[in-house]
Write a protein that binds this ligand. Structure first.
Ligand code: HEM
Ligand code: HEM
Length: 331
């Protein structure tokens, strides 16, 4: 953990270079987005497996606390994507390295340029929601649900640390987790290729969920046409919103299931491998490093399995009914 302390103190001490701040922000935004993605994929799977819980999750996403988080999330995705593009371009065009500083300033400027109109539209949705008499989740409800996630993370950490300790005792191994050079090179390329592929997918997803319709339209608005489909959300539940999108067919193909599946696989592997870079930079103790690497490895598999299972299962009339019952019980 001294490495983490050094990063913090040296970043603050080392003044003047905009590239240093871009590096720190790239790391922080990547970390923020992967934490969100974990919660988001688990939540979304509830539309298929626990419809009432999904309805509750969306109620919470519509609360002021999450609305503020949503603005940070969008800002993080936009900065991380544009800065990622800069990194990829300069990695493959070393002759442009002398423009590093200008390229970084351009990334900050473009981030602002994208965020100003995006935030204006999001603010419009937000004001319309809070000035209507819609029902809003209380802080108590939020703490109750979200503390389950915190407990989940703690349990995973404790189990990983215990197993890593046991492994160390049995094998007397003093080795952390180290991938072969070939694997590291493949993952380095994967980070770049996947970043470029994720960019249009995640921006498309955010345009649908923040600009064309907002998180506030996902639930609580009956008879609304569901974005990207010809379906009408009859019940106005979040579960029917997701069900309608996943069931929409274009020339017989479930386009949104394929779209979400691609985004899931690309972003989960990219994000968890990014998390691995961060862990390997700061967790120097062999015991902790091995535990965190194992948690990352099994975490990415579990997340992709859960997300894919929900995409395959989908949501139907029975799920819409459970969600409607839940909404009427809290309103
Ligand atoms: C607050 C912002 C967001 C909202 C409101 C939102 C909303 C949704 C909704 C309603 C779905 C259900 C399926 C669908 O309608 O297509 C979904 C699925 C999904 N979203 Fe988002 N999304 C947000 C941000 C993101 C971001 C930033 C990412 C990527 C980093 C992402 C990745 C995914 C993935 C991978 C799925 C599929 C999950 C599964 O397979 O179960 N979302 N999102
Ligand atoms: C939107 C398009 C994206 C692009 C163009 C992009 C690009 C990149 C690039 C080039 C790197 C550096 C890799 C390296 O140093 O070898 C990186 C790191 C990272 N990315 Fe992304 N990325 C994108 C989306 C995402 C998403 C959706 C997540 C989370 C799910 C994410 C999480 C991370 C993390 C945690 C790191 C590690 C940061 C570090 O080592 O400091 N990225 N990204």
């Amino acid at each position: 953990m001294t490495a983490l302390a050094t990063t913090v103190t040296e970043t603050l001490r080392y003044r003047g270079k905009v590239g240093q701040w871009a590096w720190v922000l790239h790391r922080l935004t990547g970390l923020g987005v992967i934490v969100f993605l974990i919660l988001h994929v688990v939540d979304t799977s509830w539309a298929a497996f626990y419809p009432s819980d999904y309805e509750q999750a969306i109620r919470e996403y519509q609360s002021p606390l999450f609305t503020i988080g949503e603005f940070f999330l969008v800002a993080s995705v936009v900065f991380h994507a544009l800065n990622g593009l800069r990194i990829v371009t300069l990695d493959y065009k070393p002759e442009w390295w002398r423009y590093q500083e200008r390229a970084t300033l351009l990334v900050f400027a473009l981030t602002l340029l994208v965020l100003v109109p995006t935030f204006a539209v999001m603010l419009d949705h937000t004001v319309a929601f809070y000035t209507s008499d819609r029902d809003i989740a209380t802080l108590d409800e939020i703490v109750q649900t979200q503390s389950l996630f915190v407990m989940g993370f703690v349990v995973i950490l404790v189990v990983a640390l215990a197993l890593s300790g046991l492994y160390g005792l049995v094998t007397r191994s003093s080795q952390g987790v180290k991938l072969s050079g070939g694997w590291e090179a493949t993952l380095w390329t994967y980070m770049r290729v996947s970043g470029v592929l994720i960019l249009p997918l995640v921006f498309g997803h955010l345009v649908l969920m923040h600009i064309l319709q907002g998180v506030f339209d996902i639930a609580g608005v009956p008879e609304l046409e569901v974005v990207g489909t010809n379906a009408i959300n009859q019940s106005g539940t979040a579960v029917e919103f997701v069900g309608a999108r996943w069931n929409a067919l274009l020339a017989g193909v479930a386009v949104w299931r394929i779209y979400d599946g691609l985004l899931l696989a690309l972003a989960a592997i990219h994000g968890f491998n990014g998390l691995r870079y961060i862990v390997n930079d700061y967790a120097r103790s062999v015991w902790v490093n091995r535990a965190l690497n194992w948690a990352i490895f099994f975490g990415v598999i579990a997340l992709i399995v859960v997300g894919a299972a929900a995409l395959i299962a989908g949501a139907d009339e029975t799920a819409y009914k459970l969600a409607t019952d839940m909404l009427s019980s809290v309103q």
